[in-house]
Design a protein around this ligand. Structure first.
Ligand SMILES: [Zn+2]
Length: 538
């Protein structure tokens, strides 16, 4: 029977069953944590996802077979190899396939390619990728007329439309969890993220975040005094909602208590995360996005030989070339202190919930950084998820809600008061995390350390019916542009600097960060501008 070939329907049934059985481990693990399989709703959710997956597989493969049987087989084999590879690394490292991961595969900077060739992976690839691929090559598929063949993708598309429209609740849930689900559903995760990445590469301004940067002229590291400079980039945190700048709620009580000081609020270079993050890390500050891209701050410091660590709970950072780059998902694997464990236990009160790590996960396992900073200069960049909208209630733990009632439904279903409460809870949680960071640094006797915190842009919370951010610069309201700028300094750092004039410095935060970090590390010359360094005493 096999020599004569198998019918396409049999081939598809075996192929898709194999993929569902052996390439779904990471998806099942994620679902197991967030879906209660013992409940009917949980089982239905699982079956729904499986139906979507099967229909999408049939749609994809039969479109390829429509071009030619050989081409269809080539794609089937390629996906088997990629799925086996992705399954192994997702299961063993706990990584998910997002656009940053795809980007890093093209521009490896935090994982060396050689680390991926270990014996366990090769055995896994042999069993779950190569053997089934050989079978796909050897077993012929019986000829099928093109008219009959076209019924497969058409039928799958019709059934997809039918089951999604007949199950609006489950479709909404899949939509809500799209980012999480889409990162684990093979092969859609890497196909979708690669298409997204390719679009970003070609799309105007953003292309430079994936292309090359002009190298900055080399500066000079003036001394070898050890110490740690931390730059924290916040998300959607507006000055209008900070008590430092007159807001009546005690949002900033935690940072005020540990000795942060606020510099004057200032305007961001844009209301778009990717552009503003670029400005913050650029020597040109707020003018960055209007000019050709130059090396971002972490890459520049790393190239000069300064130990540089980057930790992110957010997205849309320029491409960096640094020695140590970790996401909150990776940090969760090394989290064993209260600072990062608090609030981050995955817990669901209903059958459905979503996975998330709060920003305090970025404080996991700080010891290697602190130890290094005792003997040499270290730069640490933390990229917070902050008050990323629209669901602000997801940005702070449910048990941390000083302001109630919160907006726990979709934002469009909440009144303005609840929305503001949820937003304020998120900024207050950011404040608490910043205070915890300072406490960790303060616990290191004699360590010269400094924290600079600023937001990427502000946020509208219903003023003149504006919400969120992203308004064109010319029309953007102040709420979307004005950002906070906070500083914390250890006693040792204060003793080493003339800090008397810091408070009165009026350099816009996004113009100051690059040069102030260099000033704090005493790296002068090259791109350094003293007039933009808040630590520079005239
Ligand atoms: Zn943003």
């Amino acid at each position: 029977m096999l020599k004569k070939g198998v019918r396409l329907s049999v081939f598809l049934a075996v192929y898709v069953s194999f993929s569902l059985a052996f390439h779904q481990g990471p998806l099942i693990n994620w679902l197991d944590a967030i879906v209660d399989f013992s409940s009917l709703s949980g089982l239905l959710a699982f079956l729904f996802i499986e139906c979507l997956s099967i229909l999408l597989w049939v749609l994809l493969l039969t479109l390829m077979f429509f071009i030619s049987i050989k081409f269809g087989k080539l794609i089937a084999i390629t996906l088997l190899i990629l799925n086996a590879t992705a399954t192994f690394w997702m299961s063993s490292l706990g990584i998910v396939i997002n656009q940053e991961l795809i980007a890093s595969l093209f521009f490896t900077d935090y994982s060396e390619a050689s680390e991926f060739l270990n014996p366990d992976y090769l055995i896994h690839l042999f069993i779950f990728g190569l053997i089934p691929s050989v079978l796909v090559v050897l077993i012929p598929i019986k000829p099928i007329t093109r008219i009959r063949l076209v019924l497969y993708p058409v039928g799958s598309a019709v059934m997809l439309a039918a089951i999604t429209s007949l199950n609006p609740n489950l479709t909404d849930w899949v939509d809500d969890n799209g980012a999480y689900l889409g990162s684990r559903l093979l092969p859609w995760s890497y196909i979708g993220k690669t298409i997204g990445y390719a679009q970003d590469m070609r799309h105007g301004y953003y292309s430079r975040y994936y292309g090359g940067f002009a190298q900055l002229p080399d500066g000079t590291i003036v001394d070898d005094e050890p110490g740690l400079v931390v730059l924290v980039i916040g998300e959607s945190s507006r000055a209008a909602s900070y008590s430092y700048y007159g807001y009546e709620r005690p949002i900033n009580q935690a940072t005020q208590k540990v000795g942060y000081i606020a510099l004057p609020k200032s305007k961001s270079c844009s209301t778009n995360t990717m552009i503003t993050t670029g400005c913050i890390l650029s020597a040109k500050g707020r003018a960055d996005w209007r000019e050709d891209a130059t090396e971002p701050l972490p890459s520049y410091l790393y190239r000069l030989g300064i130990k540089t660590f980057v930790r992110t709970n957010n997205t849309e950072m320029p491409r960096l070339n640094v020695g140590n780059y970790q996401t909150s998902t990776q940090l969760a694997n090394v989290c064993d202190t209260k600072a990062c464990m608090d609030y981050n236990v995955l817990k669901c009160d209903q059958a459905f919930c979503v996975e998330r790590y709060f920003d305090n996960m970025l404080l996991a396992n700080m010891d290697p950084i602190l130890e290094t900073a005792k003997s040499e200069k270290v730069f640490l960049l933390l990229h917070f998820r902050g008050s990323h909208g629209p669901n602000y209630s997801d940005r702070s733990p449910k048990v941390f809600a000083p302001f109630t009632p919160i907006c726990d439904a979709h934002v469009t279903q909440c009144d303005l008061g609840a929305l503001v409460n949820s937003y304020d809870n998120s900024t207050m949680f950011t404040d608490k995390t910043l205070a915890a960071l300072a406490q960790i640094l303060n616990g290191e006797d004699g360590l010269s350390s400094v924290v600079l915190y600023l937001s990427d842009h502000g946020q509208s919370l219903g003023e003149n019916d504006n919400y969120m951010h992203g308004a064109p610069l010319k029309e953007a309201p102040d709420e979307q542009l004005e950002i906070p700028f906070l500083i914390w300094m250890s006693d040792t750092f204060k003793q080493s600097q003339d800090i008397s004039s810091i408070k009165t410095k009026t350099i816009a935060a996004q113009d100051a960060t690059f040069h102030s970090v260099l000033g704090a590390l005493n790296v002068v010359g090259g791109p350094y501008l003293a007039e933009r360094d808040i630590f520079y005493a005239d």
